[in-house]
Design a protein around this ligand. Structure first.
Ligand code: C2E
Ligand code: MG
Ligand code: MG
Ligand code: MG
Length: 280
């Protein structure tokens, strides 16, 4: 299309586009190297149960500390990985590290510890994804019902039959499935609720609005109603203030995650907190 519009009109923008493209290719190559050198690692953000007044689980979040550029957030490198097949290597690494850590916590400070990990839509194109998760969980002796997969609504849009079948297979293996960032995708509610998931994670954007103008937010109440009506577990993400905690408690949301409770931290820090709890 550059040609049809005449070269001159676009030539000014060309160098900039090339720079962005080059940057992306460089990042892709560096990401590949980081994977090869096993430089990706996980942080864990606690999930609090209000009823139990304690950490009942964690979400594993992937981290990349670039040797020169420092921490690169997953929102920057996951999309690049998703455009290439790098995402498969990343997910394999996340599954392996998260299951190993969960197994260690269950044998150590917290028998009934739970963990959720994020998979990408592209992972559901893999025929071996269910077996990969299930066999790794078995390998580390993880207790049934304690491992959960988070998938965003957008993953559920394409290839619906195959995704639905894989969710069912995961559930059959005692692995939970949660819809992440619930309410932000473009899927129909009817379709979403036919999927054999067991949990909804209400998106941060809705939680943020709680306590700003009025105590309640109609979308949050509606999602809570849907969760209750369909017998689904409800988790809130991005909880930052006490008002939000109160508003979420009021609609029956028991599990919460966010900076109000804790930022994502290292495995060692989680272990330390679990230990302190055990002696308290
Ligand atoms: P997500 O799964 O919805 O994860 C929640 C994100 O919100 C995390 O950002 C977390 O650090 C951040 N967060 C948690 N509590 C708060 C809060 O109270 N306030 C605010 N402002 N933010 C909060 P993070 O770690 O940068 O991850 C961003 C996204 O990248 C994740 O969203 C997820 O979609 C993706 N991601 C992270 N780890 C993985 C992974 O291992 N695999 C895949 N496929 N995607 C991942
Ligand atoms: Mg998540
Ligand atoms: Mg989320
Ligand atoms: Mg989110």
């Amino acid at each position: 299309s550059v040609k049809t519009h005449g070269k001159n009109k676009y030539s000014y923008f060309q160098p900039e586009m090339d720079a962005a493209h080059m940057q992306r290719i460089t990042l892709e190559r560096e990401l590949q190297r980081a994977i090869d050198r096993d430089e990706l690692y996980l942080e864990y953000q606690p999930k609090y149960s209000m009823q139990h007044q304690r950490v009942v689980g964690v979400e594993a979040l992937v981290r990349w500390c670039h040797p020169v550029k420092g921490e690169i957030p997953p929102v920057e490198f996951i999309p690049i990985a998703e455009d290439t097949s790098l995402i498969h290597a990343i997910s394999d690494c996340v599954i392996e590290k998260a299951c190993a850590q969960l197994g260690a916590w269950q044998r150590g400070p917290c028998q009934d510890m739970r963990l959720s990990l994020n998979l990408s839509p592209r992972d559901f194109d893999r025929d071996d994804i269910v077996e990969r998760v299930a066999s790794t969980a078995r390998q580390y002796g993880i207790r049934a019902g304690t491992l959960e997969i988070e998938i965003t609504e957008s993953s559920l849009l394409h290839n619906a039959d195959s995704v639905s079948q894989k969710i069912r297979l995961l559930r059959d293996q005692g692995i939970g499935v949660s819809i992440d960032d619930f309410g932000t995708g473009f899927s129909s509610l009817a379709y979403l609720l036919k999927l054999p998931v067991n949990s909804l994670k209400i998106d941060r954007s809705f939680v943020q609005e709680l306590g700003l103008n009025c105590a309640q937010h109609p979308i949050v109440s509606a999602i809570a109603g849907v969760a209750q009506g369909f017998g689904l577990h409800m988790v809130a993400e991005g909880v930052e203030t006490e008002e939000q905690v109160e508003a979420l408690s009021a609609v029956g949301c028991d599990e919460m995650q966010g900076f109000f409770f804790s930022r994502p931290v290292s495995a060692e820090q989680i272990t330390e907190r679990l230990r302190l709890r055990a002696v308290a």
